[in-house]
Structures are given as structure tokens and as C-alpha cells.
Design a protein around this ligand. Structure first.
Ligand SMILES: *[C@@H]1O[C@H](CO)[C@@H](O)[C@H](O)[C@H]1NC(C)=O
Ligand SMILES: *[C@@H]1O[C@H](CO)[C@@H](O)[C@H](O)[C@H]1NC(C)=O
Ligand SMILES: *[C@@H]1O[C@H](CO)[C@@H](O)[C@H](O)[C@H]1NC(C)=O
Length: 268
């Protein structure tokens, strides 16, 4: 009798233990499911690394946080474009990732618009001056790191701005220097056809019956856009009264100027 009750006790105890373990297992299973259900949308539910069979929420690649309430995009660009993408770059953060582009004035050596670090891509200076006419007519292009600028060539003058200028940002442009028609000189004629552009030369000669009293007979179209140097003064040739000779009679037409200039100045 006593033997029986002892056996019963053991069986009952074992049964109870079994029940308890079952309940525990159910609870654990419930807890497992719960863990995964609590994971953030940008997290994955992974096996615990400690071999306990437990589960854990891990933020996905490129996200930082506890995996449950927080998986924030990690701003990889925060440490600086130069450090992460290289020289002359711009770093662009995206959800869960990032990419690199070159600063304006630089082009990526992979010839694509974007690149990722360590793929061997470099940002190289673009020689904008290779583009014909980038500075416009009469412009002189100078390439610089990441940029360029323009000055005017000899014979051209900057308009609506100052030098150096940037044709993309400034209104300035180069215009050919033009002096217009050469000036006229009293009692003189222009000896040769001259242009009107910078460096053009116009020479003058006094009219017949006139002589070059003083001054410069050459006009040069200068960089200010005006004719320079010319200050020729032509004067009518006038011999005055002929000298009187002793013991002689003078037959004189009373003219003192050259034959052609007898009209005294009418040709001016
Ligand atoms: C999860 O990531 C996606 C982009 O991958 C993003 O659009 C979304 O807003 C994120 N969700 C939350 C709750 O942060
Ligand atoms: C240059 O500027 C003047 C006024 O300052 C303006 O009238 C003219 O249109 C400008 N020229 C060009 C080509 O922009
Ligand atoms: C006359 O003026 C021009 C323009 O300034 C100059 O180049 C030239 O040397 C001058 N000639 C003389 C003889 O002075």
C-alpha cells in the first residue's frame, strides 16, 4: 500500500513536471514569435549568435538602431565627402546607402554619373577650355582646378563687366575694338584705305599747295577704341612777296602761293 502511493506520487510528480515544461515551451514559442513581431520594418529577425535558439532584431544594412523601435538611416556622408568619396566629390546619402558624384568642374574617371567609393573612380578636372568658343568671340580661356575663366584677346575689349569673367555667370563678353572711320584733317587727305579695327593705321598727307607744318601724320586705332597719334597740321604754302633785286623791274602776278593753291584755301 505504501509502495503504491509512493509510485503514484512519482508518476504524478513526473506528469506535473511534464505539464510545466509544456507550458514553458509554449511560453517560449510565444515569446519567439513576439520578438520577430516587434522588429522594426527596416530590421530583420535573426537567430541569436549565442546558440541559445533565441531571436533578435537587427537593423538592415545601412540603418542604425535597436532594431525594434529605431532603425535610422545611417548618414555615411556625415564624415565628409572627401574622406568617404575622395577629392573633389559630393557624397549623397540615401535610405540605407549612399553614393558619390563629382563636384562641378570635375568628371568621374568611370564616365558614369555616380560611383561608389573604392571602385577606383577619381574625379578629374575638366578642361573647359577644350570647348571651342567657350569664352565667345575674342575671348581667351584659362583653365583652373574645377573651373575656368575668360579674358579678352588683344584687339577686343570686355563689355558689360570686367575681366576675368565667367561666361556662365557674368553678362560680360568680349567685343572687337572698332574705332570707326578715321578722323579728317584740315587741308589733308588720307593716303591709304584703313580698316576700323584695333591696330589699323591711317596715314595722311597735306593737300597740294600745303605743307606739313608739324605733327604726326599717322593715326593708329588704339585699345580705347579711338584713333591715336594723329595731330598733323597742314599749312598753305605762301612765299610772300618776291625779293626785290637791285636795278631790276619785277613782273609779278601778285600771287604768293603755289599755282594750284592760288584759290587760297578753297580746297580745304
Ligand atoms: C524604411 O526604409 C525605407 C527605405 O528603404 C524608407 O522609405 C522607410 O521610411 C523606412 N521606414 C521607417 C519606419 O523608417
Ligand atoms: C550691356 O549692358 C547694357 C546696359 O548696361 C545693355 O543695354 C545691353 O543690352 C547689354 N548688352 C548685352 C549684350 O547684354
Ligand atoms: C604717330 O602716332 C602713332 C600713334 O600714336 C605712333 O605709333 C607713331 O610712332 C607716331 N609717329 C611719330 C613720328 O611720332
Amino acid at each position: 500500500m505504501e509502495q503504491m502511493s509512493w509510485k503514484m506520487f512519482i508518476v504524478t510528480k513526473a506528469f506535473l513536471l511534464y505539464l510545466t515544461s509544456c507550458v514553458f515551451k509554449v511560453r517560449v514559442a510565444g515569446k519567439l514569435a513576439d520578438v520577430c513581431a516587434t522588429c522594426h520594418v527596416n530590421a530583420t529577425c535573426d537567430d541569436k549568435m549565442d546558440g541559445s535558439g533565441g531571436k533578435v532584431c537587427n537593423c538592415m544594412y545601412g540603418f542604425l538602431g535597436n532594431g525594434i523601435t529605431q532603425c535610422q538611416d545611417k548618414d555615411e556622408c556625415q564624415i565628409g565627402a572627401g574622406k568617404i568619396c575622395g577629392d573633389h566629390t559630393v557624397c549623397h546619402n540615401t535610405y540605407g546607402s549612399f553614393y558619390c558624384t563629382c563636384l562641378s568642374g570635375y568628371s568621374p574617371s568611370n564616365n558614369l554619373v555616380i560611383f561608389i567609393p573604392n571602385d577606383g573612380t577619381q574625379c578629374n578636372d575638366i578642361d573647359e577650355c577644350k570647348v571651342q568658343g567657350i569664352c565667345g568671340e575674342g575671348g581667351w580661356c584659362t583653365n583652373m582646378q574645377g573651373d575656368f575663366n575668360c579674358r579678352c584677346q588683344v584687339g577686343y575689349k570686355v563689355q558689360n563687366g570686367s575681366q576675368p569673367f565667367h561666361p556662365h555667370h557674368d553678362k560680360a563678353f568680349c567685343k572687337a575694338i572698332n574705332c570707326g572711320q578715321p578722323p579728317s584733317v584740315t587741308y589733308a587727305v588720307q593716303l591709304s584705305e584703313a580698316g576700323t579695327r584695333y591696330g589699323s593705321v591711317a596715314k595722311f598727307g597735306c593737300l597740294e599747295g600745303f605743307f606739313q607744318k608739324h605733327g604726326n601724320n599717322t593715326a593708329v586705332c588704339g585699345e580705347k577704341g579711338v584713333w591715336e597719334g594723329l595731330n598733323l597740321v597742314c599749312e598753305e604754302i605762301d612765299c610772300g612777296e618776291p625779293p626785290a633785286l637791285l636795278h631790276s623791274v619785277m613782273i609779278w602776278n601778285k600771287l604768293t602761293k603755289t599755282w594750284s593753291g592760288s584759290g587760297s584755301g578753297e580746297r580745304g
